[in-house]
Design a protein around this ligand. Structure first.
Ligand SMILES: C[S@@+](CC[C@H](N)C(=O)[O-])C[C@H]1O[C@@H](n2cnc3c(N)ncnc32)[C@H](O)[C@@H]1O
Length: 185
């Protein structure tokens, strides 16, 4: 773990700074409600997972920031300290897997996407929501995160899609500066 973690620092005010407001869109891209279990990988404070609780039976959240995990646990979410590159779950565990605004923060993007695909059940759906680096505003955001010495590395939605195996059925949706890579196993 790094000595200074930006997310540990931001955790106490993260939800107030970036409130979750796109529930309808999230339900649509995740194809919820459904019965089963959802993994929110890099799920942070659980601001998204908390809003999805009534749309699926069980939610696990995985993150590496102790500050963010503490916020998630205060919402009674099941929150595990785990790198998304090495998830502590058997293959084919989840009906739904979600990663919001976290792929550009992880250490190893190919390893993370391999893990998300591995733990997704056949017939399940995986959604990666990312700021779209092809837009000017996200290029500025990328620069700001570099200046803040964050470990960010943005890749475009087609580059994300290309990291999944050929068997993956993939759709990309965009709205403004947001992109969703929707993957069916
Ligand atoms: C911008 S926050 C987004 C949090 C949450 N998904 C949301 O939308 O509110 C990115 C999160 O990714 C987590 N993270 C970064 N690298 C990670 C890794 N390798 N494994 C697990 N979590 C990671 C950070 O700790 C942080 O909580």
């Amino acid at each position: 773990m790094p000595l200074f973690d930006h997310f540990d620092f931001a955790a106490p005010f993260y939800d107030r700074a970036i409130p979750f407001s796109r529930l309808e869109k999230m339900l649509e891209v995740l194809d919820l409600p459904v019965s089963g279990t959802l993994l929110d990988a890099g799920g942070g404070t659980g601001r998204v997972a908390a809003a999805l609780q009534t749309s699926i039976d069980r939610i696990f959240l995985a993150d590496i920031s102790t500050g963010m995990l503490a916020q998630a646990r205060s919402k009674k979410l099941t929150a595990l300290c785990s790198y998304t590159e090495t998830l502590p779950f058997p293959p084919d565990s989840f009906e739904r897997v979600l990663m919001v605004d976290a792929l550009h923060h992880v250490i190893d993007q190919p390893a993370t996407l391999r893990e998300l695909w591995r733990v997704l059940k056949p017939g399940g759906r995986l959604v990666i929501e990312e700021p779209d680096i092809r837009t000017s505003i996200v290029k500025l955001l990328a620069l700001a995160e570099k200046l803040a010495l964050m470990r960010s590395h943005f890749i475009s939605p087609p580059q994300i899609a290309a990291l999944f195996p050929p068997a993956a059925k993939i759709k990309i949706e965009t709205e403004g500066y947001n992109a969703w890579v929707i993957v069916q196993k």
